[in-house]
Design a binder for this molecule. Sequence first.
Ligand SMILES: Nc1ncnc2c1ncn2[C@@H]1O[C@H](COP(=O)(O)OP(=O)(O)OP(=O)(O)O)[C@@H](O)[C@H]1O
Length: 282
Amino acid sequence: MSETEQKPTVPAQASAPAAENLPAGREPLLEVDHVTLRFGGVVALNDVDFTLYKGEILGLIGPNGAGKTTCFNAMTGIYQPTEGEIRFRGQRITGKKRHQITQMGMARTFQNIRLFPEMTALENVQVGADAHHKTSVVSALFRLPRHWREERDGIEKAERLLDFVGIRHRMHETARNLSYGEQRRLEIARALATDPVLLCLDEPAAGFNPAEKEDLLQLIRQIRDQGVTVLLIEHDMRLVMGVTDRLVVLEFGKKIAEGLPAEVREDHRVIAAYLGVPDDAA
Ligand SMILES: Nc1ncnc2c1ncn2[C@@H]1O[C@H](COP(=O)(O)OP(=O)(O)OP(=O)(O)O)[C@@H](O)[C@H]1O
């Protein structure tokens, strides 16, 4: 990416902080405040409590069924907590609609890729950019100048984002014809098109080979360096340990550990959770 016009369209914010400064003195961006979420008899989240600070890359990890995706879904308005609340940029988002949360600056990707398969890569990203368009139905119908301007800006922005994630050369290809890795990158570009301050990535490396994982690690760092805070759910421990500033660990819906990756890796409860051995034997 060149330094000038190729710069991605992500919000201009203060430059990324040094990881070692986290979290002391940092500004909270997202607060998950004693959240419990039940599905009938299943307690998917049990009094989960953590804060995500502006500018960090936080990993949310845990064995299968630990509650990670449920936590993302509660944050992004898909599920409502049974108890507790979630605050984003100081505002309570519990009860808000998904599009309202997107407009507040939170974007996400999904564990199972959700693109518009018959649309081109460019069009998929434009859909994300449309979240902020101000054109009324009338000005779109009558093709007023404002509509053209927004459409042109949307295309330019989509091209820059495709360049940023490394698939600009595929912009006119339909999403269904992209490789799996390209589709995952396209999802990230589409999420960035909504100008998020927080990007939530749900298992972005699933199905990747080691080289693709290394590229993804670089991309996540670049996203953070553009001022976007990142919340990452990921099973690949090498990627998690290599890219995150801090980790929150869930098991059976409960937070069992939180801290720097090096600390969490040594935590006996985390080792027990991953190895499936009794707590006192770990
Ligand atoms: N819509 C739902 N209805 C009922 N139970 C659900 C629902 N969604 C999740 N669960 C249950 O909540 C628990 C947590 O699931 P969740 O998908 O959040 O875990 P996860 O940590 O993301 O797992 P994985 O790593 O396998 O994706 C599981 O027991 C799951 O079966």
